[in-house]
Ligand binder design. Structure first.
Ligand code: HEC
Ligand code: HEC
Ligand code: HEC
Ligand code: HEC
Length: 202
């Protein structure tokens, strides 16, 4: 910061020198520098880009500060689950295949893969649940992930994992874990760069 100011000061000394030779400038150097200083020191942001997607206040805070996350329920095709998951018995053959056949679970270690009920509430399908049996809202599924992925959750809270929506100005809104990861198959496929550097001798 000081370096930048110094650079501008020098620049202005130069410019003002030229100006005074042609007899155009009347303002003093100090005024000019003060003017620049004011411009650079005011960190006021003129434009806060609005977040146009649905958000919800997170249940966690970071350093005592609240923040928001993108909602999930509006993105889940089959929500509300209780449209089908009532207390009535299912009489359709292969009900799961018909309705949830598109879901292939690939989460956890091979020898102890996760099952549906590790995450989904067994009775109240509109909710997930934690290890203590407490309900977790789908919009707050980061609470579920955080139980097993402590480090990623901590990094996510601090902004080192995941991504912020819109820009750095304004209220902090971040992507939910499930905005990026498919909870049923959370690993990303390996990707290689679209271009590569040819060997130096070519
Ligand atoms: C179109 C109807 C329908 C909707 C909507 C629906 N389900 Fe299901 N689901 C079924 C049927 C039918 C079964 C199989 C019978 C059963 O277990 O009740 C099933 C089974 C399941 C199972 C157990 C799978 C198994 O292998 O035993 C889970 C977990 C589940 N659903 C979760 C959900 C969740 C979470 C939602 C909402 C996001 C949802 N379902 C929405 C119809 C539906
Ligand atoms: C690791 C935890 C986890 C496991 C295990 C899991 N789910 Fe899910 N499931 C989720 C979460 C979280 C969502 C919400 C995803 C989102 O926000 O997009 C979800 C969403 C769904 C949905 C709604 C998807 C949609 O787009 O309509 C269905 C149906 C569902 N799960 C069924 C199942 C079934 C059946 C199983 C077992 C075969 C299962 N889930 C296993 C965490 C899990
Ligand atoms: C009940 C515990 C549990 C929950 C809840 C859970 N996971 Fe996992 N997850 C695991 C286990 C176990 C593995 C396998 C870890 C390994 O291989 O080292 C795994 C693997 C992963 C991986 C791949 C890790 C890698 O090294 O490639 C990702 C990504 C992931 N989970 C994301 C999520 C997200 C997002 C959620 C919430 C929707 C979630 N998990 C919920 C237990 C869980
Ligand atoms: C903005 C998208 C985004 C969000 C939000 C996000 N992740 Fe990730 N996550 C990634 C990417 C990208 C990777 C790296 C995948 C790779 O290297 O193959 C990753 C990797 C992981 C891994 C594998 C181990 C590691 O650290 O590389 C786990 C576990 C994981 N995420 C869990 C979570 C959990 C839990 C949340 C929410 C608290 C979350 N992620 C939120 C994009 C995201």
């Amino acid at each position: 910061m000081q370096k930048i100011l110094l650079m501008y000061a020098c620049l202005f000394l130069g410019l003002a020198g030229v100006a005074s030779k042609s007899g155009a400038s009347e303002t003093s150097f100090l005024d000019e520098i003060k003017d620049i200083q004011e411009k650079f020191d005011s960190r006021t942001v003129e434009k806060v880009r609005p977040v146009t997607r649905e958000t919800v206040l997170a249940k966690d805070q970071y350093n005592g500060r609240p923040f928001r996350v993108l909602t999930r329920k509006n993105e889940i095709n089959r929500f509300k689950c209780s449209n089908c998951h009532t207390d009535k018995a299912v009489t359709v053959n292969q009900g799961v295949e018909l309705t949830h056949g598109s879901i292939s679970l690939n989460h956890g270690r091979e020898e102890q893969a996760l099952s549906c009920i590790d995450c989904h509430h067994p009775e109240e399908r509109d909710y997930l649940w934690d290890k203590k049996g407490e309900k977790i809202d789908f919009n707050h599924s980061y609470q579920l992930c955080g139980q097993c992925h402590f480090r990623q959750k901590r990094d996510w809270l601090g902004g080192a994992h995941g991504k912020r929506v819109a820009n750095w100005a304004g209220e902090r809104v971040i992507y939910n874990c499930a905005s990026c990861h498919d909870p049923h198959s959370p690993r990303f496929k390996k990707r290689y760069p679209a271009t590569y550097s040819p060997p130096l001798d070519r």
